[in-house]
Design a binder for this molecule. Structure first.
Ligand code: ZN
Ligand code: ZN
Length: 476
């Protein structure tokens, strides 16, 4: 009899809709307690400290790449994850070399430059040529070939500071495509103003430029050769201002630029994966993570030791709290996001026959500043669960932005496969002051802010892994 009543009450609970009835009161209470505990916990902070101190940068294919992989395997084990394994990621490595630039005439001065990721090298002696200035990438595109021929193109577009980081996408086309358009127009090199909001810092920002084109009709991808791209670098904001001021004197400006970065041989890195096994549906997974690789100028603290640390700590805290989730929590630390998205692509390929078991995916890859909004990318049917998440996130100062479908870069291949997504949106006001520079180091992480991130992630992950329904598949 008592068994019968219990069964009835569970059915009643799971069908009633909102106000916590998808989950038991007891479960919600546990999640609230864990959220509040996470706000004071330093597991993530210690992980980020460990990775940046014991490994440093993790440029894909560099000698530090494997050190990062080994670090992640041993940390997952140390943290008590149920299952720890790696999956191979193969890509061609890109190696940074000497990078120098100077104004030769009419006002000789050195410039702070860094090569854009995937740039081909100049000759060992460097390129010396007159510059032609464009304020935007679109201006370069529109220019007559004769204006660009034999010149070094200089693009001075400035990235705007925005909380949601939306200035990045707008400014970034200059970094991504200019070397290709310059080559098409017969130019010999490209220099851009760094895509960064540190307007008064002399740090140049690196970042990947385009390396292939895809034919829209056939869908075939062609890797661009050194005849189809010119060597390209970014100079710091103040150095871009310096060139703009020189240009006002209406005299030809000659620059010498030496960038010896180049492509190397094929390299095999690893995605590193740690799991907390689900109690009922171990084969179904909630995928979270960050990218393990970083650029080589700093120690890759905000991009993306932070995301790795936040998501690793999230799973660890859930396990330690005794919340044994309905389905598996899978933390993936993706390889070489920065100049290939190779880890994310390899993951989607390795799991292509297993996509239906991917319940939802989310990445932390925007530093360690506080989360201010939740953005879901789920089916309308599962919005009731998202509402409960949002309610539990309110005390952390997080608002529900809507079913706007924002997610990190390593989620792109999963999204293409129809997987539901979640975006825990961090305040990016200052992120692009440091992004891809020598100043991306551990001291910039504020422990309380990082802990707020983990507190938010434990809410999302606990609920997503306990929810017995689906978040939807192939959601537009
Ligand atoms: Zn990143
Ligand atoms: Zn990055």
């Amino acid at each position: 009899m008592s068994k019968f009543i219990l069964t009835l009450s569970i059915i009643f609970y799971s069908n009633i809709g909102f106000s916590n009835k998808i989950f038991t009161e007891d479960f919600i209470k546990k999640v609230e307690q864990l959220r509040d505990f996470a706000k004071t916990d330093n597991t993530a902070y210690k992980l980020a400290e460990s990775l940046t101190t014991e490994v440093g940068h993790r440029l894909g294919g560099s000698s530090n790449d494997i050190k990062g992989v080994n670090w992640a395997v041993s940390k997952f084990n140390e943290l008590g994850f149920d299952k720890v394994y790696t999956e191979p990621v193969i890509f061609k490595k890109w190696v940074r070399g000497l990078e120098q630039a100077e104004v030769v005439s009419p006002f000789p001065q050195p410039l702070k430059i860094t090569a854009l990721g995937r740039s081909f090298p100049t000759t060992d002696e460097g390129i010396t040529a007159e510059i032609v200035h464009f304020q935007t990438f679109e201006d370069l595109e529109k220019a007559e070939d004769s204006k660009v021929k034999d010149k070094i193109v200089f693009i001075s577009n400035r990235m705007e500071r925005q909380k949601d980081g939306s200035g990045y996408g707008k400014a970034n086309t200059a970094r991504y495509k200019s070397a290709y358009v310059t080559a098409q127009k017969g130019g010999v090199g490209t220099i851009i103003r760094s895509i960064g909001t540190d307007y008064h810092s002399r740090n140049p920002h690196t970042g990947a430029m385009m390396a292939s084109i895809t034919d829209e009709l056939t869908g075939e991808t062609h890797n661009l050769t050194e005849h189809e791209l010119v060597p390209a670098g970014a100079i710091s904001n103040p150095d871009a201002d310096l060139l703009v001021n020189m240009l006002k004197r209406n005299k030809p400006i000659k620059i010498k630029m030496t960038l010896l970065s180049h492509w190397g041989e094929e390299y095999t890195s690893q995605n590193v994966i740690g799991e907390i096994t689900g109690r009922e549906k171990p084969e179904e997974v909630v995928v979270i993570g960050g990218h393990l690789d970083s650029w080589d100028l700093g120690t890759g603290a905000i991009d993306d030791a932070s995301g790795c640390a936040i998501t690793m700590a999230t799973a660890k805290l859930i396990k330690d709290a005794g919340i044994k989730p309905y389905r598996t929590i899978r933390v993936v630390l993706w390889a070489n996001e920065e100049y290939g998205l190779d880890g994310a692509k390899a993951y989607a390929q390795a799991h292509e026959n297993d996509m239906q078991n991917h319940i939802i995916a989310a990445e932390s890859d925007f530093g360690a500043a506080p989360i201010y909004a939740l953005s879901s990318g789920v089916s309308v049917d599962s919005l009731a669960v998202v509402k409960i998440m949002a309610k539990l996130l309110e005390p952390l100062g997080i608002i529900y932005e809507g079913n706007t479908g924002k997610y990190g870069p390593d989620i792109i291949p999963l999204k293409k496969n129809g997987i539901a997504t979640m975006g825990l949106r961090q305040d990016g006001t200052n992120y692009f002051d440091l992004h891809h520079t020598t100043d991306d180091t551990f001291d910039k992480i504020v422990p309380e802010e990082m802990a707020q991130n983990v507190a938010a992630w434990v809410v999302f992950v606990s609920l997503a892994a306990e929810y017995t329904g689906n978040f939807g598949f192939n959601i537009e």
